[in-house]
Write a protein that binds this ligand. Structure first.
Ligand SMILES: Cc1cc2nc3c(=O)[nH]c(=O)nc-3n(C[C@H](O)[C@H](O)[C@H](O)COP(=O)(O)OP(=O)(O)OC[C@H]3O[C@@H](n4cnc5c(N)ncnc54)[C@H](O)[C@@H]3O)c2cc1C
Length: 406
C-alpha cells in the first residue's frame, strides 16, 4: 500500500517527534507521517536515558550543542508546563574532589557563563555539604537550572499532539532505505517502496549511519554503540538529595559517573559508564548476553574504531574492568559519595548511546546533520539531544526551509 504525506519523519524517538511537532507549528497545512520500527515510541535512547534536563554548561561555546541545549531547555520547560508534564528543577552540583581539580572547575564555570546558563555559582566545600551532605569535595559548581523528567512522557505528549492534529504516527514499520527523485521520496522495506512523501527527515538514533549509507550517503561517520550501565543505590537512607556530577574528562563526550534521582519512582541511580555495546540495542545487564555478531563485525573492522581504541586503551580498559567488577565501580563512586557500600549498589538499567566516530578515530562532539535531495539525516544526536530536542527540531525545520525552499 502507498500512503502519501508531505513530510515523512523516520524515528519516533524524541528528536523525530520534536521535529514533527515543530514542523506542525511552523507549517500547519503540511501533512506528516512519523514511522518507527518499534511497536511503541521512545523505545531506545529516549526511553533509557538519565532523565536529566541539562543546563548547557558542558558544551564548547559556539557549538550547536551549546546553543541548542540552552534554547531547547527553555522550550522544553514551556512545553512541559503547557502539557502538565511533571518535572523538577532540583539542581545539581559538579564537584572538584581535590584542589588540583579547581582550575578545571573554574574553566567549566566560565564556559557555562559564556553559554548563558542561568544561576551558576561556585561554592566551597561547606556549602556543597549543605546542599549534598554525603558528597565529598573541596568545591563545586551549583547549577540550579538542571532538572529531571521522564522523557518518555514528553515524547508521548508530542505524539499525542500530532495525532490530535490529524497526522499519523505509524509504529512497527522498519525502513531499510530512502530514495529520492524530483517528485519526492520513497521509503523502502524488503525491496518494496511502501510509503511516498515529498520530503523526509530521518532521526534513527542507533541506526542513523546505516540508514544514511543504504540511502546513498557516506558510510562515515559511523555509529559506535556505547553502553551505559547504571547501578541503583539503596543504602537504607538517602545518600543523594538531587544530583552529584564529576568534572567531565574533556577527551570524551560523556559526563562521567554521576548520581541522579529518577523522577518516576525516586530511585537514585549512579552511572552510566561507557563500554562498547556488543550490539546496537544491547540492553542485557550481563555484557556477554545479547551479542549480535552481525552488528559487532562492522565496528571491529572499522579503522576509526581501532584508532579510537588505541588512543584511549587505558581509560577504555578501566571502564571495562569497572563494568565487570562491581567493587571497582564502587571505589570510583565512593570518591564522590564515600558512605556508599557494596550492599547498597544494585544492578540497574542499561541504555546505549549512539555515538559517531569518524575514520580518524575522533568521537564527534556536536550534533551532525547530513542531506541528500529532499532528505535531511540526523547523523549524531547524543546527549543533550533529549533536553535540546525542540530546538533541534526547530533547527531542522529551518534547514529544510532553506535547503528545500519551503
Ligand atoms: C544512557 C543514556 C543517558 C542519557 N542521558 C541523557 C540526559 O540525561 N539528558 C539528555 O538530554 N540526553 C540524554 N541522553 C541522550 C538522549 O537520550 C538522546 O540524545 C536522545 O534520546 C536521542 O533521541 P533520538 O530520537 O535521536 O534517538 P532514539 O531515542 O534512539 O530514537 C530513534 C528512533 O529511531 C527508530 N529507528 C531506528 N532505526 C529505524 C529504522 N530503520 N526504521 C524505522 N525506525 C527506526 C528507533 O526505533 C527509535 O525509536 C542519554 C542517552 C543515553 C543512551
Amino acid at each position: 500500500m502507498e500512503l502519501e504525506a508531505e513530510v515523512v519523519v523516520v524515528g519516533a524517538g524524541i528528536v523525530g517527534l520534536a521535529t514533527a511537532w515543530q514542523l506542525m507549528q511552523r507549517f500547519p497545512t503540511k501533512s506528516i507521517i512519523v514511522v518507527d520500527k518499534e511497536r511503541s515510541i521512545a523505545s531506545h535512547q529516549t526511553g533509557r536515558n538519565s532523565g536529566v534536563i541539562h543546563s548547557g554548561i558542558y558544551y564548547r561555546t559556539g557549538t550547536l550543542k551549546a546553543a541548542l541545549c540552552v534554547r531547547g531547555r527553555s522550550q522544553l520547560l514551556d512545553f512541559m508546563n503547557d502539557h502538565e508534564i511533571p518535572y523538577e528543577l532540583s539542581g545539581k552540583v559538579i564537584v572538584a574532589r581535590t584542589s588540583e581539580e579547581l582550575p578545571l572547575l573554574r574553566q567549566l564555570f566560565d564556559q557555562g557563563q559564556r553559554n548563558s546558563v542561568a544561576g551558576l555559582r561556585l561554592i566551597d566545600g561547606s556549602e556543597l555539604r549543605r546542599l549534598e551532605p554525603e558528597a565529598a569535595g573541596v568545591a563545586a559548581i551549583s547549577s540550579p537550572s538542571t532538572g529531571i523528567v521522564d522523557y518518555r512522557q514528553v515524547a508521548q505528549a508530542m505524539a499525542d499532539d500530532l495525532i490530535r492534529a490529524g497526522h499519523l504516527v505509524t509504529l512497527g514499520t522498519p525502513v531499510d532505505s530512502i530514495s529520492s527523485d524530483p517528485q519526492g521520496v520513497g521509503l523502502w522495506r524488503n525491496g518494496n517502496k511502501f510509503l511516498r512523501g515529498r520530503y523526509a527527515i530521518v532521526a534513527a538514533g542507533l541506526y542513523s549511519d546505516i540508514l544514511a549509507y543504504r540511502s546513498g550517503l557516506s558510510r562515515n561517520p559511523r555509529i559506535v554503540p556505547f553502553r551505559g550501565e547504571y547501578w541503583s543505590i539503596d543504602n537504607g537512607r538517602p545518600l543523594v538529595r538531587s544530583m552529584i556530577y564529576p568534572i567531565p574528562d574533556k577527551r570524551f563526550p560523556f559526563l562521567g559517573v554521576h548520581f541522579t534521582r529518577r523522577l518516576r519512582d525516586g530511585a537514585i541511580l549512579v552511572g552510566p559508564n561507557a563500554v562498547l555495546g556488543l550490539a546496537r540495542e544491547h540492553y542485557q545487564r550481563q555484557l556477554a548476553k545479547g551479542i549480535r555478531v552481525i552488528e559487532l563485525m562492522p565496528t571491529l573492522t572499522f579503522q576509526g574504531f581501532w584508532r579510537m581504541a588505541f588512543r584511549y586503551w587505558k581509560p577504555g580498559l578501566a571502564e571495562m574492568h569497572r563494568s565487570l567488577f562491581p567493587m571497582a565501580y564502587l571505589r570510583l563512586a565512593q570518591q564522590y559519595v564515600p558512605a556508599l557500600t557494596r550492599d547498597g549498589l544494585l544492578p540497574g538499567p542499561v541504555g546505549v548511546r549512539a555515538q559517531t566516530i569518524d575514520v580518524s578515530g575522533a568521537m564527534s562532539d556536536d550534533f551532525i546533520i547530513d542531506q541528500m535531495p529532499r532528505v535531511l539525516f540526523v547523523r549524531n544526536a547524543p546527549s543533550p539531544a533529549a533536553t535540546a530536542s525542540l530546538a533541534i527540531g526547530e533547527y531542522l525545520i529551518g534547514q529544510a526551509t532553506q535547503r528545500f525552499g519551503w
